[in-house]
Design a protein around this ligand. Structure first.
Ligand SMILES: [Zn+2]
Length: 375
């Protein structure tokens, strides 16, 4: 398909793709180029993988999705809304431009006091614009802090991209299609149309699986990239020489995304209706997925594994502190603890039990023939 045909397909099915040649869209274009390179590298490395196209979509909601438009071919799409771009750009500017956040990363001496938001739990661009007007994002003053911002930004979007890729490669989209599920743009919202009901636990199992897929791919990349970052200044190179610190930063970035998505303790009703597992549960699952991944790349002794686990927990605690620091109002701090509560543990267990049932069915449609045995 030509680029014009792909743009046209997105516009028909999912919403207007961002015009990357337009003035003002340079920052999105730079990120889109990086994400396209990453996506193509994965697709070219696996000749069994289908054709997949990626676009940023003009949509204010904090959302991304994968789908298979009905073109009579094995073509899939991944879309990330501009809402995610501008919200994360704003948050990262505030984080890296602050003299009291992530003080072990680069030189903070030139940065200002934190420029707070009334509430950093933003699920749509309106939530952001209400709080800050339409001014430009904060740019950190010191180069090392701008690089930190770029690393964080790339980590966040790479994991969003790979999460959606996981939905395709691991067969979730085709499984849903078998049951007559179709993603449709109605009014201004993306919603599923369906012929047969699928239980929420199945959807949540897919989310868990896509999170694990993304975590594994990201950790893989980080470990391979250690020591080879070309843009890091000499005095800052040590950061890129340690996968330990980079994986920690990645955990930090993931927590921030999940914190935005789940900034509250879900009520039982909300737990029962949401097709995503609660944020705290997803966070614990991502940690176990990356521990498995790190352990298979670099064989770890039991005490090293424990040290990693503690380090990740430290990153989560720190990300929670950052979220509080960014907020001028008092935020609920209980959302992550939910993952470890009895109700959270029960959800965790039910997902693992469901995975055992669903995995053989997924294997029939997955492009990845090595789906995990255990979640
Ligand atoms: Zn998902």
């Amino acid at each position: 398909m030509t680029n014009e045909e792909i743009d046209h397909m997105f516009e028909n099915y999912y919403g207007k793709p961002v015009d990357l040649s337009k003035a003002g869209n340079e920052r999105i274009r730079d990120l889109a180029n990086i994400l396209n390179i990453k996506l193509n590298r994965i697709l070219q490395g696996n000749d069994t993988y289908p054709e997949i196209h990626f676009r940023f979509i003009e949509d204010p909601e904090f959302n991304a999705f994968a789908d298979k438009p009905e073109l009579g071919k094995n073509i899939y799409v991944i879309a990330i809304n501009t809402g995610i771009f501008y919200i994360l750009e704003d948050l990262i500017g505030r984080i890296c431009g602050s003299n009291s956040i992530l003080d072990d990363w680069g030189d903070l001496s030139e940065e200002d006091d934190t420029i707070k938001l009334n509430n950093p739990h933003m699920l749509s661009l309106q939530d952001l614009y209400k709080q800050r007007g339409v001014s430009n994002p904060i740019i950190p003053k010191h180069e090392s802090r701008r690089i930190l911002g770029r690393v964080l930004f790339q980590y966040m979007f790479t994991s969003v991209l790979y999460h959606e890729l996981g939905h395709i490669i691991n067969g979730h989209i085709d499984y849903l299609r078998k049951f007559g599920y179709r993603l449709r743009l109605s009014e201004d919202k993306h919603e599923y149309e369906y012929e047969n009901e699928i239980d929420l636990l199945t959807f949540r199992t897919f989310e868990m699986d896509a999170d694990a897929f993304a975590a594994n791919k990201c950790i893989d990349e980080i470990i391979r990239a250690v020591g080879v970052s070309e843009e890091a200044p000499q005095e800052w190179k040590f950061i890129f020489e340690s996968y330990h610190r980079l994986v920690g930063l990645w955990v930090f970035s993931q927590y921030l995304i999940l914190r935005i998505l789940g900034g509250f303790v879900p009520t039982m009703d909300e737990i029962e209706e949401d097709c995503h597992p609660p944020s705290g549960v997803r966070q614990s699952m991502i940690i176990s997925a990356i521990l498995t991944s790190v352990n298979s790349e670099i064989k770890l002794e039991e005490d090293e594994l424990l040290a990693f686990h503690q380090y990740f927990t430290f990153q989560i605690d720190r990300a929670e502190e950052v979220f509080q620091e960014l907020s001028s109002s008092k935020l609920n701090v209980e959302s992550i603890k939910f993952g470890l509560s009895e109700a959270g543990t029960n959800i965790y267990k039910s997902l693992l039990a469901k995975w055992v049932i669903i995995r053989p069915e997924l294997l029939k449609v997955a492009y990845n023939k090595k789906l995990r045995d255990i979640a």
